[in-house]
Design a protein. Structure first.
Length: 330
């Protein structure tokens, strides 16, 4: 991942008055991006605009302002610059990464500067003014990936962007995907023995009140040369939702709520996954599970937590689909 270094900022000496001191941010990538500081120590990213490009201003993000300014550098004629100002030192690490993404975007001469900045700003908007969340654990990454895989490969192609609203896992619902008349619980495993999944609690495999429960089983292998990882499956979802402002906004809020931060994108991209098998099961009476009904009433009140494993290797008769084009909820 390209990023502006602390060393680059350290070379900037604070100016006086209303001046800015600037230097190329990532000259090995593009000559069009500068990092700058003002007299108060506030950090800026500056991008010169060509005459045909429109002005752009954005103050919707806490901790960052984007304005269009007329600036003069060392007596040269005034030029129009896009000024991205970081108003809070907490955002410095994100500004550095964002600068790297902008630099890479500017290498594509077919794209307008404003569009590049808007896209990157939208990606990071929800993280300004807050400390980066802790990196997700290995198990959390697998579970999150499985939900996104089911969403991007099974639901969105078949049901369109509105289906994003049934994704309830990030918001603490009992099941990961909940319709009015059915629910789907999503499980991922890297177990070499096959469909071995961990179940958390006695209610996770209970049917919803108004319909059946399904379990989506995803078997993965971690391989350096594999195609998929969290960052690229997130981008795939964004691409599928790009024509639905409401759907995209819900998606972005959901991934923040689940604990994902692009601050760790480089680390997340190292977990490359190969899809071994994905199957959709219906949780019927003979499905292996524990519920509150399976625990003696006089004992259940004293039990606070139950985690167990299920083995679905011999339950092919409960599979209703093994590929997205076979999906058919009953």
């Amino acid at each position: 991942m390209n990023s502006i270094t602390q060393e680059t900022w350290d070379k900037l000496i604070l100016p006086t008055g209303d001046k800015l001191v600037a230097r190329p941010a990532l000259p090995e990538i593009t000559p069009r991006l500068f990092c700058a500081v003002d007299a108060s120590g506030c950090r800026h990213l500056l991008i010169p605009l060509i005459d045909t490009e429109e002005e752009f201003n954005d103050r919707k993000s806490r901790g960052i302002n984007v304005t269009t300014r007329e600036l003069t550098i060392n007596g040269i004629n005034q030029e129009k610059y896009l000024d991205i100002a970081c108003l809070d030192a907490v955002g410095h690490p994100i500004l550095n990464i964002m600068g790297g993404e902008i630099a890479m975007g500017l290498t594509d001469l077919t794209k307008q500067t404003i569009g590049i900045v808007q896209r990157i700003l939208e990606k990071w908007r929800r993280f300004w003014g807050q400390l980066p969340q802790p990196m997700m654990s290995y198990e959390e990454q697998l579970g999150f990936f499985a939900e996104l895989w089911f969403l991007s490969q099974w639901l969105l192609p078949n049901y369109g962007p509105d289906v994003i609203m049934v994704w309830r896992g990030p918001w603490g619902s009992r099941h990961d995907f909940e319709w009015v008349d059915k629910s789907v619980e999503v499980k991922a495993t890297t177990n070499i023995r096959g469909r071995i999944h961990k179940i958390h609690g006695l209610s996770q495999l209970e049917n919803p009140e108004n319909g059946p429960l399904f379990l989506f089983s995803l078997i993965l292998r971690e391989e350096n040369g594999a195609t998929y990882n969290l960052p690229n499956i997130i981008e795939a979802c964004r691409e599928q939702l790009k024509n639905s402002a409401e759907g995209l906004n819900y998606f972005e809020n959901s991934i923040v709520h689940i604990g994902y931060s692009p601050f760790f994108e480089q680390e997340y991209s190292k977990l490359n996954l190969r899809i071994i098998e994905n199957s959709l099961f219906q949780v019927k009476d003979d499905f292996p599970k524990l519920t509150k009904l399976d625990v003696l009433p006089e004992v259940s009140e004293g039990i606070e937590k139950v985690d167990y494993e299920i083995n679905l290797n011999s339950y092919d008769h409960l599979i209703i689909a093994k590929s997205p084009n076979q999906i058919q909820f009953q």
